[in-house]
Design a protein around this ligand. Structure first.
Ligand code: ADP
Ligand code: ZN
Length: 598
């Protein structure tokens, strides 16, 4: 029997395990259950793939992402692993073929959709064969609280009953404790060893700025920093994803929309182009992203604020799986909060649920407003402590100025109070700045004591004051009254002069731009890099797989630096296992030799 280390080297071409991987693998190899929480890009797949190749029988991987199964299986086959998948897209003839392979013990790995797994005939089939392990991927889908909930996942509890001697490993990148508890309870994983990794993603730069002209801000960000890069732009509404995608295309970017209303073929086509083409931008609602393991997503941009810090973490986490620098960029404004609150208010769900949602939205808003290191706060949200400020977020790179906003806040609150808490932010600012608008005279607000007392601040500054008052819970938005601002209990000490308040100055962030392009060392020839990419593209097209399935950018970079000219040298590259060495080594070596000769 081969050791995990041997498999890692020979099959996957990697030299060492990352810290928790080897303990997880040992646990499963020895027949124990495991619950694995690891950030995106942490290397969860190896935790079941390696045991699948060590334990006798076929490993069964349950995943809700049927659109990605073909790619996953292709990637395994390229490594020489005998893999197949079963879901509703597989034709009967192929199903029979797979059943045959399973019965004769020819498969190492079977990917299967949960709804397929729980069918009686599938369970019967599995009952007849040796099963190495069950891997439950995206295990947070059992959580009825999360937006990825899949009813079929609840039925996976029967694995525990029917196959009590087969080890089970549940994996997710969702961090919060409640979801973790739910996974344990619903999947009967109380005996499972828990492996909870740190959630930091040091290669991701977090940046949050105020929204003043969303399109232009996005355009500038893309032009300055991500001209040819693959990335995801998240928007709240379906319509907006289409508008922005069309607009970006007009501006010369390669962009496609993605949302749940698009129909399965279009979605599949856009997703597949995102995976296969270089430098494509997907403009999507949150319907896009789970399980997309494209390693070279260089940025995730949010044009609207996510509903919770968890979603923000998950969505931004899709950037930079390959460990190379990546950007998480978000712009937001008070309007976002109003829109999200409206959506929540009109959603189904009981009062308790809505209150919990409200609470989580407030936390997200608070996260946007902080003036200290974003990463420290983000990690503390998941119970993790980062001792030092990270140096790779906007507040670290460009410390935020604050000002004493006590007086301004009092005025802002008084304006709302004097107008019976019936008006939205624009009118309140008109009152404070002494505007002559029709509405002022219609309501005779020119006679109020607060009328015109706030001329020292301009419109944007007042907006900023109100936004921060809402973000910090001094005021709230009344949805029954079209966004009227209301006072909250928390105002009292401030109005009584017992509290001072520091506000952040909303200067437009001009963070030094991060070089997220592949950094080629000076001595590396761009021509060689391009030639290697062409070679990779040819192999990929030939096999109809995404280019990164052949080799990652990082492996290509290593080729540029080390210039391997023999099979022995080539084998030393990270990401080159026995099968890939044999299949692609000669082709890439030829490119390198041609380059050196020319
Ligand atoms: P996750 O599923 O946790 O998001 P993956 O399993 O897709 O992450 O792994 C992320 C990337 O890291 C993959 O490209 C994988 O090949 C690579 N990887 C995983 N483990 C190792 C390792 N021990 N050494 C080198 N690369 C690794
Ligand atoms: Zn920081």
């Amino acid at each position: 029997m081969k050791s995990p280390q041997q498999i890692l080297h020979q099959v996957f071409g990697y030299s060492s395990f990352r810290p928790p991987q080897s303990q997880i693998i040992d646990t499963v190899v020895n027949g124990g259950d495991a619950l694995v929480l690891m950030p995106t890009g942490g290397g969860k797949s190896l935790c079941y793939q390696v045991p699948a190749l060590i334990r006798p029988g076929c490993a069964v991987v349950i995943s809700p992402l049927i659109a990605l199964m073909q790619d996953q299986v292709d990637a395994m086959r390229l490594l020489g692993v005998k893999a197949a998948f079963l879901n509703s897209t597989v034709l009967d003839e192929e199903v029979e073929n797979i059943q045959h392979q399973l019965r004769s013990g020819e498969l190492d790995l079977l990917y299967i959709a949960p709804e397929r797994l729980v069918q009686t005939r599938t369970l019967q089939l599995l009952g007849e064969i040796d099963i190495a392990l069950f891997a439950i991927d995206e295990a947070h889908c059992v959580s009825q609280w999360g937006h990825d909930f899949r009813a079929d996942y609840l039925q996976l509890s029967l694995l525990h009953e029917l196959f009590s001697s087969v080890p089970r490993i549940a994996l997710t990148a969702t961090a919060d404790a409640r979801t973790r508890e739910e996974i344990i309870v619903r999947l009967y994983l109380d005996e499972a060893k828990q492996f909870i990794s740190g959630f930091d993603r040091p290669n991701i730069q977090y940046r949050i700025a105020l929204k003043y002209n969303a399109k232009q801000q996005l355009l500038k960000f893309l032009k300055n920093e991500h001209n040819d890069d693959a990335g995801i732009v998240y928007c709240l509404s379906r319509k907006k994803t289409e508008d922005i995608a069309a607009w970006l295309t007009e501006k010369g970017f390669n962009a496609l929309p993605y949302h749940a209303g698009l129909g399965p073929e279009i979605r599949q086509r856009h997703q597949s182009r995102f995976l296969r083409e270089d430098g494509l931008i997907i403009v999507a609602t949150i319907a896009f992203g789970m399980g997309i393991d494209k390693p070279d997503v260089r940025f995730v941009a949010h044009l609207d604020m996510p509903k919770t810090v968890e979603s923000y973490y998950q969505e931004t986490g899709r950037a930079g799986r390959d460990g190379l620098p990546a950007n998480a960029w978000l712009i937001y404004g008070l309007q976002d909060v109003i829109k999200l609150r409206q959506m929540m208010a009109s959603s189904d769900g009981n009062e308790e649920y809505k209150r919990a949602e409200q609470h989580r939205l407030n936390a997200m808003l608070g996260f946007c407003e902080i003036t200290s290191c974003r990463r420290q706060v983000l990690l503390s949200y998941f119970g993790e402590k980062l001792e030092q400020p990270c140096g790779n977020c906007d507040t670290c790179l460009e410390p935020v100025d604050t000002w004493n906003g006590t007086e301004a806040c009092r005025m802002a609150i008084s304006a709302a109070f004097r107008t019976d808490q019936r008006f939205g932010v624009n009118h309140l600012i008109d009152v404070l700045r002494g505007s002559h608008s029709d509405k002022i005279f219609q309501f005779e607000h020119q006679n109020l004591p607060v009328y015109g007392i706030g001329k020292d601040l301009d419109n944007n500054q007042w907006r900023s004051v109100y936004r921060q008052l809402v973000a910090r819970g001094y005021m709230s938005v009344d949805l029954d009254r079209f966004g009227a601002l209301r006072l909250e209990e928390k105002c009292r000490p401030l109005l009584r002069g017992e509290e001072n308040i520091e506000l952040r100055k909303d200067n437009k962030v001009k963070v030094a731009k991060q070089q997220t392009k592949i950094q080629l060392a000076a001595e590396v020839d761009i021509a060689l890099w391009e030639a290697l990419r062409d070679c990779r593209r040819m192999f990929a097209e030939d096999l109809s797989v995404p280019p990164y399935v052949v080799f990652h950018d990082s492996t290509l970079q290593e080729m540029c630096l080390r210039l391997p000219q023999t099979m022995e040298d080539f084998e030393m590259l990270s990401g080159v296992g026995e099968r890939k060495l044999e299949k692609y080594g000669p082709g890439f070596i030829r490119v390198i030799n041609d380059h050196l000769d020319s």
